[in-house]
Design a protein around this ligand. Sequence first.
Ligand SMILES: Nc1ncnc2c1ncn2[C@@H]1O[C@H](COP(=O)(O)OP(=O)(O)OP(=O)(O)O)[C@@H](O)[C@H]1O
Ligand SMILES: [Mg+2]
Length: 290
Amino acid sequence: MPDEPRRDSPSPMAPPVLQVDALTLAFGGVKALTNVGFSVAPGSITAVIGPNGAGKTSLFNTISGFYKPSQGHVRFEGQDITRLPAPKRAALGLARSFQNIALFRGMTVLDNIKLGRHAHLKTNVFDALFYLGRARREEAELRRDVEERIIDFLEIDHIRHASVAALPYGLQKRVEMARALAMQPKVLMLDEPVAGMNREETEDMARFILDVRREWGITVLMVEHDMGMVMDLSDHVVVLNFGQVIAQGTPAHVQADPEVIRAYLGAGDVGELRRRLRGESVATATAGVA
Ligand SMILES: Nc1ncnc2c1ncn2[C@@H]1O[C@H](COP(=O)(O)OP(=O)(O)OP(=O)(O)O)[C@@H](O)[C@H]1O
Ligand SMILES: [Mg+2]
């Protein structure tokens, strides 16, 4: 991560870093995903959007290994990871945050960030017992260095010793991102990074997402309802409705797609909807289409 190239655009010619192929997932009789396929270009910011219940979180859970699809494949850097357990996927470089914050609330910010690194330890208990001396010291130093860079980057130095439970929601979301970054991922998956945030917090988070890509070379895959944010930040947008991909392409392409507009019609006033789908700047965005 520290030596990744600077980037502010995807590499569309390079092979996809993540590829989802014909994924199908059912809960009893409910088909949460049907034949879902798309690719994530390295260095891209890719967004998954869709009305409530469309299957976005189910898709994230399937990509990160919490749910097992009945059909289809997930490939990471060309490797089929469909059968790999979640921690192994994390160790390969797929990190994520959760729609509902999943931090250890009684612990400090710093301790939560340190926990992120555990996904990176490839040693077992016995290896760890013998893991002494210089290597261990170097590992500890490298670790501290990564943690410090993340704390600095996300501007959370002032709260490093604060208990997570005492923090406002926007800062908790930032700590969750810090923990995911501590895994030194290649792909960062964010489930609704700005949900519940006020405008200022949203703008900050949008800036961090752009910087994660630009300064650290990390590919971002996010689920988000805030259309202003999605249209401003994304290179590629995948639209889900009732568990199926109904459109994908650039923000301009999907917001003009009649099927996408139809899918969101239940969300309320058509004029308002068109305005939101056109994607205003983050600065003027209101709450997302939900
Ligand atoms: N663990 C589960 N058990 C049973 N059904 C589930 C489970 N998780 C999701 N579902 C169902 O799968 C469908 C997709 O839900 P999912 O949470 O993936 O949607 P979403 O697009 O993330 O929605 P939201 O925008 O509200 O977060 C819904 O019908 C939901 O009720
Ligand atoms: Mg969801």
